[in-house]
Design a protein around this ligand. Structure first.
Ligand SMILES: [Zn+2]
Ligand SMILES: [Zn+2]
Length: 398
C-alpha cells in the first residue's frame, strides 16, 4: 500500500514543478528528432538528471539513456519512455509546433519523455522514503521497426546493473477519455509480420487468357482467401488481422502480365496465433497459385512481437494508478488495439505492463496524425500513472 503522506507529498511537488515539465514537453515537441537521431533530445534528458543529481548512463545503443533513482534496499522498478518522432509535417499551428520541417512528435513520445523525467525527479526528491530503486530508460527508435530501439538497448546490457524486477511504460491514447488508464491483463499491442508476395504466372494477350497463367486472377483469389483465413483460423474472441495494402500488376488493359505483387501485414496478439496465421497465409498463396498452374514467392519481414502484460503486475499497476487518479480510473476490459509497440521486447525479459493513458480529444484525431494536439493535462495523467504503477510495485505487501 502506498503511504498517503508520500502520495500527497509527490502530488504537491508535482504541482510546484508542473510548469517546468510542461515547458520541457513543449520543448521536446518543438524540436523533434527522427529514430536513432535523438541527439539533442538525449542531451536535454541528461541535463535534467544532472541538474537534480540523478546518476545516469548515456550512449546506450546510440542515443539511449538509463538513469537510476537510488532508494533504500528493495526491488528495482523500470520505467521506459520512447524518444523518437515521425517524418510527418505538423499542421497543428500550436505555439510549440515543430520547428523542424517534416518531423513531428505525432505519437506522444514528447509526453512520455517529459512524464518519465518528472516522475524520476519527483521520486528522487523522496528517495529516502522509497523501499527500492527506480530505473528510468529512454529508448531511441521506437517507430523504427523491425529493429526498433529496445532490442539494441537490451543487447547493450540495459537490463543489468541494476537488473529490474518489473518494468512499466505509458502511451498516450487519444481514443480513451482523459483521466482513464487502460492496463490489460495480457496482450495489449499486436505483433507484426509484414509480407511481400510475388505471384508468378505467364503473361499474354488479354484476348486469349486460356494461353496464359493469369497472376491477377490468382492474386485476387489470394486476397479473398486471406479474409477467410482470419475468419476460420482465429477464434472469434481472439484478435488478428491480415491486410493487403499494396496490390500491383500489369501495365496495359489488353495484356495479362507475368506477375503480380501483394504487400501487406499480419497482426496477432499471441505467438501461437502468429505462427498458425503465417503458415496459413503461405498455404493460401501456394495452393491458389499452384491450382492455376502458377507459383509464388513469399518474403516475410518480421517486426515487433506482441506486447504482453504480466497479469499480476498489471493488477498492482491498476491499484496504484487509482490511488493517484481516483477510484475507477484504471480498467482492463476494453479490448486491445492492433497497433504495435517496441516495449513488448522489454516485457519478454522483465514482467511489467504497458499503460494506455487516456488523453481523449474533442475531435477524431489519432496518433500519427499531422493535426494531433494533446492538451497539457495529458502530462498530469502520464505522471500520475507512472508514479502510481512504480510505487504500487515498490510498496507491494507493505
Ligand atoms: Zn507511433
Ligand atoms: Zn508511440
Amino acid at each position: 500500500m502506498i503511504p498517503e503522506r508520500l502520495r500527497r507529498k509527490l502530488m504537491d511537488d508535482w504541482h510546484a514543478r508542473r510548469k517546468e515539465f510542461c515547458d520541457l514537453r513543449h520543448e521536446f515537441h518543438a524540436y523533434p528528432e527522427l529514430s536513432n537521431q535523438e541527439y539533442e533530445t538525449a542531451r536535454r534528458i541528461c541535463e535534467k538528471f544532472a541538474a537534480d543529481g540523478v546518476s545516469y548512463r548515456d550512449g546506450i545503443a546510440g542515443t539511449g539513456i538509463a538513469a537510476v533513482v537510488q532508494g533504500c534496499d528493495g526491488p528495482v522498478v523500470g520505467l521506459r519512455a520512447d524518444m523518437d518522432a515521425l517524418a510527418i509535417r505538423e499542421e497543428t499551428g500550436l505555439p510549440w509546433a515543430s520547428r523542424i520541417e517534416g518531423v513531428m512528435h505525432a505519437c506522444g513520445h514528447d509526453f512520455h519523455m517529459a512524464a518519465a523525467i518528472a516522475a524520476g525527479l519527483l521520486l528522487h526528491g523522496c528517495r529516502h522514503e522509497l523501499p527500492g530503486s527506480v530505473k528510468l530508460i529512454f529508448q531511441p527508435a521506437e517507430e523504427n521497426g523491425p529493429i526498433g530501439g529496445a532490442l539494441p538497448m537490451i543487447e547493450a546490457g540495459v537490463l543489468t546493473d541494476p537488473a529490474m524486477d518489473a518494468i512499466f511504460a505509458c502511451h498516450v491514447a487519444p481514443d480513451i477519455p482523459s483521466g482513464k488508464v487502460l492496463i490489460h491483463d495480457g496482450a495489449t499491442a499486436a505483433g507484426v509480420d509484414n509480407f511481400i508476395i510475388d505471384i508468378l504466372g505467364k503473361g499474354g494477350h488479354a484476348a486469349y487468357p486460356h494461353k496464359t497463367i493469369d497472376p491477377i486472377s490468382i492474386a485476387a483469389q489470394v486476397v479473398m482467401g486471406f479474409n477467410a483465413v482470419v475468419a476460420r483460423t482465429v477464434a472469434a474472441y481472439d484478435n488478428a488481422v491480415v491486410s493487403v495494402g499494396n496490390f500491383q500488376a500489369g501495365t496495359r488493359r489488353n495484356v495479362i502480365p507475368d506477375a503480380a505483387r501483394l504487400e501487406g501485414t499480419v497482426r496477432t496478439m499471441s505467438d501461437s496465433v502468429r505462427r498458425e496465421l503465417k503458415a496459413r497465409v503461405e498455404n493460401v498463396c501456394r495452393h491458389y497459385s499452384e491450382a492455376a498452374g502458377g507459383a509464388c514467392n513469399i518474403q516475410w519481414v518480421e517486426s515487433f512481437q506482441s506486447t504482453i502484460n504480466n497479469p499480476d503486475v498489471a493488477m498492482l499497476a491498476r491499484e496504484g494508478v487509482q490511488m493517484f487518479l481516483g477510484p475507477g480510473s484504471a480498467e482492463s476490459r476494453t479490448p486491445p488495439g492492433m497497433a504495435a509497440e517496441d516495449f513488448g521486447r522489454f516485457l519478454r525479459c522483465v514482467p511489467g505492463a504497458l499503460m494506455w493513458v487516456g488523453v481523449m480529444l474533442d475531435s477524431e484525431m489519432n496518433l500519427h496524425s499531422p493535426v494531433l494536439s494533446v492538451a497539457d493535462a495529458g502530462l498530469d495523467n502520464c505522471v500520475s500513472a507512472m508514479l502510481g504503477a512504480v510505487l504500487a510495485f515498490l510498496f507491494k505487501g507493505k
